[in-house]
Design a protein around this ligand. Structure first.
Ligand SMILES: Cc1cc2nc3c(=O)[nH]c(=O)nc-3n(C[C@H](O)[C@H](O)[C@H](O)COP(=O)(O)O)c2cc1C
Length: 340
């Protein structure tokens, strides 16, 4: 069943790991969250590895790539790949692990991803993307969605974008998350490809006008909630990446404003940190370190009086090998004492 998530947090490697997603859930219960991109071939290798790895080890390796806490849902698994069979296999895994959606990455311009012939370079071969989506849609009941660019290199006309979307829609893609920038595959690195090619929100709006029956979500350069609200007058969804990671509390009104489901209690820096305590307890008691959780918290105290010494103290305490959830308790209390 397709759901219309009107606000989502974009997949971001090294950012939207399970800890950041639990953090984001302290701020919005209703937005759609995405994993970092997981390469379908990597999942295949782990699943096939019948030799050296015992069943338990294989499960542990899958857990590292696919594991999540129930609170993270609704959650989409983003996949990278260009092989319909491997993507179908990965989609079945996603369904088994309890994800709500699978998303195909057709937007990443990194050299490594290009060498694998997936990511943004797949925009040049819409039929191949259609075959992938078709195989994914047939593999499980999960909705299959696609995240893509408005074009690549010199294939950047609006007609080419329409051809891409029409071809892929015909194979069962249920939503298009459109990063409103083209990607230059040769010459720009991924970071430059998120800043240098100009933003063309107008093309995404045009796409929705021309294909009103398709679910179209805008991504790229959305910085503020009021901008998102405006875009939602014309589009089905908005997807926010860097501004969600670097300014998480900026989105504290999302549930009230976009999902008409405001939080019962005010969302503050201290409530976000305290909300992570049960997660940290579970994580650390199963052998995990606190640091991968705490590292995301630097942005939660943006604009808070005394943020710098708070960050320094948290970093020191959380880096200790035996640091546990009590470090977050203390950090939350310090923020409460300052009224944050
Ligand atoms: C650090 C970082 C990692 C990213 N990793 C992914 C990824 O794994 N998959 C993907 O589709 N896009 C990835 N992106 C792109 C974002 O999902 C998003 O499309 C882009 O940042 C534009 O949105 P924004 O302007 O709201 O940040 C990444 C972006 C950043 C900044």
């Amino acid at each position: 069943m397709q759901q219309n998530y009107r606000f989502s947090v974009a997949p971001m490697l090294d950012c939207t790991d399970r800890h950041f997603r639990v953090l984001m859930r302290q701020i919005s219960r209703h937005c759609l969250l995405y994993t970092e991109m997981v390469v379908a071939r990597a999942l295949h290798h782990i699943s096939q590895d019948g030799g050296s790895s015992r069943l338990g080890e294989r499960q542990q390796r899958l857990e590292r790539l696919l594991g999540f806490a129930p609170i993270e849902r609704p959650l989409a698994l983003q996949l990278g790949g260009d092989d319909p069979a491997l993507l179908a296999q990965a989609t079945r895994l996603a369904a088994d692990w309890g994800y709500d959606e699978v998303n195909l990455n057709v937007g990443c311009p990194s050299e490594k991803v290009q060498q694998g012939r997936f990511g943004a370079c797949l925009m040049a071969v819409p039929e191949q993307v259609a075959r992938c989506v078709e195989a994914m849609a047939a593999a499980s009941p999960l909705p299959v969605t696609v995240k893509h660019r408005i074009g690549i290199d010199n294939q950047d006309s609006y007609e080419e974008l329409l051809t891409f979307v029409d071809t892929v829609a015909g194979s069962g893609a249920q939503r298009f998350a459109v990063h409103a920038r083209k990607a230059w595959l040769a010459g720009l690195d991924p970071k430059q490809n998120r800043t240098i090619p100009p933003l063309r929100w107008d093309l995404v709006q045009q796409l929705k006008r021309d294909r009103p029956s398709l679910m179209i979500e805008l991504n790229g350069g959305l910085e503020q909630l009021n901008q998102c609200r405006q875009q939602l007058e014309q589009l089905d969804g908005v997807m926010v990446g860097r501004a969600a990671y670097h300014h998480p509390l900026r989105w504290a009104a999302v549930d009230g404003d976009i999902f008409a489901a405001p939080a019962a209690d005010p969302i503050r820096a201290s409530s976000v940190v305290r909300g992570l305590v049960p997660h940290a307890e579970r994580w650390c008691s199963s052998g995990g370190r606190l640091w991968p959780i705490a590292r995301h918290l630097v942005h939660v105290v943006e604009g808070v009086n005394g943020a710098r010494p708070w960050r320094a103290a948290l970093s020191r305490a959380a880096a200790a090998p035996d640091a546990g959830a009590e470090v977050l308790e203390t950090a939350a209390r310090q923020l409460e004492e300052r009224g944050h």
